[in-house]
Design a protein around this ligand. Structure first.
Ligand code: NAI
Length: 308
């Protein structure tokens, strides 16, 4: 098994580190446009192999796509991150050019790869990757809802005083501060709805804090987060390479599911060796469906920027 991570910055390197530590592949390529960065980080990570006991061979590459040849999975993290006060949407102009170029180069050497898109604005970058490459839709997966759902579980665990690992909770919709939809009605703690334990005010607070989860970290750190985004990318890689068929919220191409078409948006999907294998179409109530439609409208107007 071979995995490539494009972008050796904060998210890409963390994702690669998680992939190596879990020994998810025999060969891992880390590629970046910045001279020496990927080689340096790959060597640094390889020097943890003796300490952590993994056998994955990590290769660094400065924009040499030949090294990525034959990758089974490719994670795209290349592009600008947001700074405090910026929205993910403001990154569109620069990142669209980067992501499109990267996807084309990748496919020249790995025509069968499954592509995970992390670069922001992620919903639009996923749609761009799908339309620019013409790949079968199951092979293009946007990572946003996986992270947002982990952040939702974190917020719930803080209020419930429980382990985040014991929670089931999903955030669907767009990967934006105002477009994501934490589905508190469906969240459970050991199979019991969390709404049984939380007041209406607590529920509102948890949803609000989840939605600004990324912005809160950007304010604290001065740039966007990387530990949870990197781990979320690696969790998707794991479900693909081990064919785990786990359920994650991912940004995928919709063809009528949740009432939407010609858009990539976050919905619950089964992730396995074929990429995203199945969309789980929960039945939303009127309020949730209205929010989902609004989220789709916002993402669609961002996608329209690509056409101008
Ligand atoms: P970073 O600035 O640390 O790393 C980005 C890397 O991309 C840099 O090393 C840069 O040299 C490289 N790069 C730029 N153009 C490239 C090209 N054409 N080919 C190869 N490499 C290129 O940024 P960070 O924090 O790693 O974030 C990366 C992206 O991921 C950003 O767009 C950020 O907004 C996004 N992000 C998405 C999340 C999600 O949930 N979808 C969560 C966190 C970040």
């Amino acid at each position: 098994m071979k995995v490539t991570v494009v972008g050796a910055g904060a998210v890409g390197a963390t994702c690669a580190d998680n992939i190596a530590r879990a020994a998810l592949c025999q060969e891992l390529v880390l590629l970046d446009i910045k001279e020496g960065l990927a080689e340096g980080k790959a060597q640094d990570m390889m020097q943890t192999a003796a300490l952590l006991g993994f056998d994955t061979r990590i290769v660094g590459s400065t924009n040499d796509y030949a090294k990525t040849a034959g990758s089974d999975v490719v994670v795209i993290t290349s592009g600008l991150p947001r700074k405090p006060g910026m929205t993910r949407e403001e990154l569109i102009g620069t990142n669209a050019g980067i992501v499109k170029g990267v996807a084309e180069n990748i496919l020249k050497h790995s025509p069968d790869a499954i592509i995970i898109v992390i670069s922001n604005p992620m919903d639009t970058m996923t749609y761009l990757t799908l339309t620019a490459t013409g790949l079968p839709k199951n092979r293009i997966i946007g990572m946003g809802g996986t992270l947002d759902s982990a952040r939702f579980k974190y917020q719930l665990s803080q209020h419930l005083g429980c382990s985040a690992g014991d929670l089931n909770a999903l955030v669907i919709g767009g990967h934006g501060d105002t477009t994501m939809i934490p589905l508190i009605r469906f969240a459970t703690w050991n199979s019991v709805p969390v709404t049984e334990y939380l007041s209406a005010d607590q529920q509102k607070q948890i949803v609000a804090d989840t939605m600004v989860g990324g912005a809160t970290l950007t304010k604290l750190i001065g740039t966007s987060a990387w530990y949870a985004p990197g781990a979320a990318g690696a969790a998707l890689v794991k479900s693909i390479v081990r064919d785990e068929k786990k359920l994650f919220t991912c940004c995928v191409s919709l063809d009528g599911e949740y009432g939407q078409k010609d858009i990539c948006l976050g919905v619950p999907v089964v992730i396995g060796k074929n990429g995203w294998e199945k969309i789980i179409d929960f039945s939303l109530n009127d309020e949730e469906q209205t929010l989902f439609n609004k989220s789709a409208d916002a993402v669609r107007s961002m996608n329209d920027v690509l056409k101008t």
